[in-house]
Design a protein around this ligand. Structure first.
Ligand code: BGC
Length: 514
């Protein structure tokens, strides 16, 4: 057994050595005239959001997040941090709960035919076992209005939030609690099944567990509690499979498409990034640098300050979860936490892929020792997230790297299921690179589809600015800018590109139909 695990580690370690994200020649790529699937093909062109982020604690009531926000500070990995970086509460956020009829018009104005929302468990089942009929009707009406506008809704059943009563029972740390989640999902499915075909069970198990049980930035705020983290991860994957099976046996289950949402997070080493710029074998562009590792890049692979976090995080966020979805087995070094569900590979009709960018881990000992950090923004940390020299850093911990979307699709395609890009978008407060992001990421998507990958939809994150969890309102992902004082929405200049592309595709669809 020990040798099996050891060889597993060695193989994955050397595989990690070879992971490469290509670098395309953007100067010679035409991103103005993209060849993308038209509406006629049934492709879903949409936007995404989640209830707590757009309706806030005011509407979402007694859930794990609302209570977490009210704590002023929490212990993190290295010191005590404000619970919400900006000190804000989510409040009523964009007041989507009341303003949704207007927001559906905005979705329509963009030219979308699809909308990914989440349903809030704490509103629907505020007390254990007591379902609020009015809340269920609220969602029926919201979806009715979408459908009337020609917009198909995709529903997510768990997007980081759940009722406080569920959290008090131990949440997903206790396998015995899965039944409550399954019961809630069944109730929602029975209510909405006639209006909704696309269902996501759980949004991003990896980030949810990392932030809540390792980094301490999400509720319940545990720090480096690896055992609990692995327990929760295991339980959530188990819950996903149980929900899938339960919904499939209900009337309408056969026709429904049900899948989990995975955030694929490639992690790379910065120093090894130099000299390892590749082009995909059949990409229309030429490699910028030669297609073999430079000696420097190879030597840089031995930088353990970058390698260990990159390897550990890749394993945590990607390998173990994708491995489970592929094989039904999740290995664990912790006794009793190995998960074997032989039919797990069949428990997805599609995979929802949330994808933003890769994270590049950079170390800078020289900078820290000399007090002269190479990248001015890393506040003397020895190891910190960065991007490669030719890339543009976003307002968060990653750069604009459309090539990595192509790689993400390649990776997820190995699971052998259709893919929906359930989130992708730029945090860009100054609206400086939103248009570039939209055009280039959609180019990467078009390349993947052209190369035969089965991608069936793209949902931009997000329709409008909203509550970005521990970052408060400081991160602006919205196609529409929101004035949180007046609740006015305004389409950002950079977002016009998405609207323009969708309108062109709609014209092409009608041309195809004639
Ligand atoms: C989450 C969203 C979040 C987005 C941007 C995703 O990981 O699903 O809730 O707002 O990333 O950071």
């Amino acid at each position: 057994m020990f040798f099996k695990k050891l060889s597993f580690l060695i193989i994955s370690f050397s595989l990690a050595l070879q992971a490469v994200v290509p670098q395309w020649h953007w100067d010679s790529i035409d991103t103005q005239n993209l060849e993308l699937p038209t509406f006629f093909t049934g492709f879903k062109w949409g936007v995404a959001l989640s209830e707590h982020q757009v309706s806030g604690g005011f509407w979402c009531g007694d859930n794990n997040w609302n209570n977490w926000e009210c704590k002023k500070s929490h212990k993190g990995l290295f010191s005590t941090y404000p619970t919400i970086e900006t000190g804000e509460l989510s409040g009523c956020a964009c007041n989507f709960w009341e303003l949704y009829p207007e927001d559906i018009k905005l979705v329509k104005e963009l030219g979308c035919n699809a909308f990914r929302i989440s349903v809030e468990w704490s509103i629907i089942e505020p007390y254990e076992g007591q379902f609020d009929q009015a809340a269920l009707e609220h969602y029926q009406e919201l979806i009715r209005q979408c459908n009337e506008a020609g917009i198909e809704v995709m529903v997510t059943l768990h997007h980081f939030t759940h009722p406080q009563w569920f959290e008090d029972k131990g949440g997903f740390a206790d396998e015995a609690n899965i039944q409550y989640f399954v019961r809630f999902c069944k109730k929602v499915f029975k209510t909405l099944r006639k209006q909704v075909k696309l269902w996501c069970t759980i949004n991003e198990v990896g980030p949810f567990v990392f932030q809540g049980y390792i980094n301490g930035a999400f509720p319940p705020g545990k720090v480096l509690n690896i055992v609990l983290a692995m327990k929760v991860m295991r339980c959530m994957m188990l819950a996903h499979c149980e929900v899938y099976r339960a919904l499939k046996t209900l009337p309408g289950g056969y026709e429904a498409q049900i899948g989990i949402v995975h955030q694929y997070l490639p992690i790379e080493m910065h120093n090894a990034g130099y000299g390892r710029a590749y082009a995909l074998p059949d990409a229309p562009t030429k490699p910028i640098v030669s297609d073999i590792y430079s000696l420097y890049a190879f030597a840089a692979q031995l930088n353990f300050l970058e390698r260990l976090p990159a390897y550990g995080m890749s394993f945590f966020f990607n390998d173990q979860l994708l491995g489970f979805l592929k094989t039904g087995t999740m290995f664990s070094w912790i006794p009793g936490l190995r998960l074997d569900i032989p039919d797990a590979p069949e428990c997805n009709d599609f995979i929802g892929l949330n994808f933003y960018s890769r994270v590049v881990i950079k170390s800078d000992i020289y900078g820290v020792l000399t007090g002269n950090p190479a990248a001015g923004n890393h506040k003397k940390d020895i190891v910190f997230p960065s991007c490669l020299v030719h890339e543009r850093m976003t307002d968060m911990e990653y750069g604009v790297c459309p090539e990595s979307l192509y790689c993400a699709i390649q990776e997820i395609a190995k699971l052998g299921k259709p893919i929906y890009i359930t989130e992708n978008g730029a945090p860009d407060g100054q609206d400086e690179y939103r248009e570039l992001w939209i055009r280039r990421y959609l180019y990467a998507l078009s390349e993947a589809i052209r190369d035969g990958y089965d991608v069936r939809g793209y949902y931009y994150w997000s329709l409008m600015d909203n509550f970005e969890w521990d970052r408060g309102y400081s991160k602006k992902f919205g196609l529409y800018e929101v004035d949180f004082g007046t609740q006015e929405r305004r389409l950002r200049d950079g977002a016009q590109a998405y609207r323009e592309i969708l309108q062109k595709l709609a014209c092409n669809s009608s041309a195809v139909m004639q």
